[in-house]
Design a protein around this ligand. Structure first.
Ligand SMILES: Nc1ncnc2c1ncn2[C@@H]1O[C@H](COP(=O)(O)OP(=O)(O)OP(=O)(O)O)[C@@H](O)[C@H]1O
Ligand SMILES: Nc1nc2c(ncn2[C@@H]2O[C@H](COP(=O)(O)O)[C@@H](O)[C@H]2O)c(=O)[nH]1
Length: 199
């Protein structure tokens, strides 16, 4: 199953994803994105992102190697296609943590995906989270907040909205969505068709 987790910068997507993967959803494969932004202290190439130059990124687009890509606050971000296809072919769930324009490209290409929008309790809390993270200067924080307003408008294009008030509660909400999605009839019926010999 392809799961797309979006939501404004600083809402806590990475924090919630890491908590999910440390807990009951260990079998997820997290799709490592590619970006042209500068690594933050502690970020590692190939783990947090594939850090590439703008020229390299554009070459990957030209070579058809990206599932989706978008510009976000003066940088490019995108999902390499190969690892996503490989994980899905191996029958494993894959989780994409991406902004809304990229998510809408994935929706076009993979309508069977599960699209979850993580929301902040309110915009003031969102700003405080970005400030507290300490990774962005004042001008970038303003740009990210402006983006956040537009992103929240796009929530209606998602299947589920989950509030990240408390990390453990957000994790439980997402886990229950994923469990239900795994049990949707179109996802399980094939196994039974084979069992009873019906095509
Ligand atoms: N439920 C929460 N309550 C309080 N603080 C939180 C919560 N969830 C995350 N945070 C904090 O908010 C900050 C932003 O979280 P995080 O980096 O996970 O956001 P993000 O959505 O992945 O951001 P980006 O899209 O910019 O990468 C971090 O300092 C994190 O510790
Ligand atoms: N469309 C995509 N958006 C992505 C991808 N990877 C991350 N992101 C989003 O970009 C912003 C900024 O990220 P940051 O690490 O600089 O804070 C945030 O909303 C991320 O979710 C991607 O592959 N495609």
């Amino acid at each position: 199953m392809l799961i797309v987790l979006s939501g404004p910068s600083g809402v806590g997507k990475g924090t919630v994803r890491q908590a999910m993967m440390a807990d009951s959803f260990k079998d997820f494969k997290y799709s490592v994105s590619m970006t042209t932004r500068t690594p933050r202290p502690g970020e590692k190439d190939g783990v947090d992102y594939y850090f590439r130059t703008k020229e390299q990124f554009q070459q990957h687009i030209a070579d058809g190697e990206m599932l989706e890509w978008a510009r976000y606050v003066n940088n490019f971000y995108g999902t390499p296609l190969g690892p996503v296809n490989k994980t899905l072919d191996e029958g494993q769930d894959v989780l994409l943590e991406i902004e809304v324009n990229g998510a809408m490209q994935v929706r076009e290409k993979c309508p069977d995906g599960v699209f979850i929008f993580l929301t902040p309790p309110d915009l003031q809390e969102l700003k405080q989270r970005i400030e507290k993270r300490g990774t962005d200067d004042a001008a970038t924080i303003l740009k990210r907040m402006e983006k956040a307003r537009n992103e929240i408008k796009m929530m209606e294009n998602y299947d589920y909205a989950v509030v990240n008030d408390k990390v453990d509660l957000a994790v439980k909400r997402i886990e229950s969505i994923i469990t239900s999605e795994h049990n949707r009839v179109p996802r399980v019926i094939d196994r039974y068709r084979k069992m009873i010999g019906v095509k």
